[in-house]
Ligand binder design. Structure first.
Ligand code: G3P
Ligand code: CA
Length: 313
């Protein structure tokens, strides 16, 4: 019906204010690369995601002892590398191996592996922890050889903790991305963080890069209110809520859109369906019914195919 296509005022505002970095069409964000198929946070997983048509590649970022950004989800190394075997004596008193205690050269000597036992074989050789710069250089190379652009969607992990360790992230991060050409509000990047202070600090440092405020547990509930979203809109271009939060509070999407904030929920996993008969049914709920602007998925190929089938890309 034609009336189904009449946009709301909030949608019009969002479309008018959309920039190339904030596309009006829903996007596919490759969560830790195509991590449903290859070990998360490895260059092969990111390359596959690019080949599968993802719009953005998502790395989580932590710092090494010598201040290098690496693509890693945890501040610890043991869930996705063989650090326990290689550096058995280097754990802290709490029994954990922290990336911030190892130089890049040391981390390079580790074998990276998939986190989840039922995915890519965890004993497979040949994978290493990449630096963020290596990912950016691969992106540039793929863009040159294929002629297709792809965005990056880095998440600064635990900035307050890193600062306590003497490794502040924000200035170092801005210097790096500027050096790689990411500057201004139209850059093909979304900078995401669970810590509001970091996104505010990046703005105070002069960054105009698109920013996404991640919403996790109840500590972020105050930001999901009308007043909270007003505050978020002052330093961010969108929100990244857990998909459970969106299901529990579907009006969150409209409240965000009313402030021209994009909504990119996480994380969509075809091999871990919860409450949906098929992955397409889950994607339809979010992309079509809830009208989110993009989503994080371990299976970017399936989200790309879904959007194509629905005429949404
Ligand atoms: O960054 C969005 C989503 O990835 C947040 O969860 O734990 O996978 O980084 P996590
Ligand atoms: Ca993340």
């Amino acid at each position: 019906m034609l009336s189904d296509w009449i946009p709301t005022l909030a949608t019009v505002v969002a479309l008018v204010s959309a920039s190339p970095a904030m596309p009006a069409e829903p996007i596919v964000i490759a969560h830790r690369g195509a991590s449903g198929y290859l070990p998360e946070h490895t260059l092969p997983a990111y390359a596959l995601a690019f080949g599968q048509g993802a719009d953005y590649l998502e790395p989580d970022l932590v710092l090494t002892k010598d201040g290098v950004f690496i693509c890693l989800h945890d501040i610890h190394l043991e869930a996705t590398t063989d650090v326990e075997q290689v550096f058995s004596e280097r754990k802290r008193a709490d029994g954990r191996w922290y990336a911030a205690d190892f130089t890049l050269e040391e981390i390079r000597s580790l074998r990276a592996h998939e986190r989840l036992e039922d995915r890519f074989p965890q004993d497979a050789p040949g994978f290493v922890v990449p630096t963020f710069e290596e990912l950016l250089e691969m992106v540039r190379g793929l863009e040159r050889t294929t002629g297709r652009r792809v965005g990056v969607y880095p998440e600064l992990k635990a900035p307050a903790w890193h600062r306590q360790q003497g490794l502040p992230m924000e200035e170092r991060f801005l210097e790096l991305v500027r050096r790689h050409g990411y500057q201004g509000r139209d850059a093909t990047i979304f900078v995401q963080c669970f810590e509001l202070e970091t996104l505010e600090r990046l703005r105070a440092l002069g960054s105009e890069l698109p920013q996404i405020m991640l919403f996790g547990g109840e500590e972020h509930d105050p930001l999901a209110t009308e007043a909270g979203l007003d505050r978020v809109a002052r330093f961010a271009n969108g929100i990244g809520p857990s998909k459970d939060r969106v299901v529990a509070d579907p009006e969150l999407v409209a409240r965000a859109h009313a402030r021209s904030l994009l909504v990119h929920p996480y994380t969509f996993r075809a091999d871990r369906l919860e409450g949906y008969p098929t992955f397409d049914a889950e994607l339809a709920r979010f992309y079509v019914e809830l009208r989110v602007d993009g989503l994080f998925t371990d299976f970017p190929d399936l989200a790309v195919q879904f959007l194509a089938k629905r005429g949404l890309r």
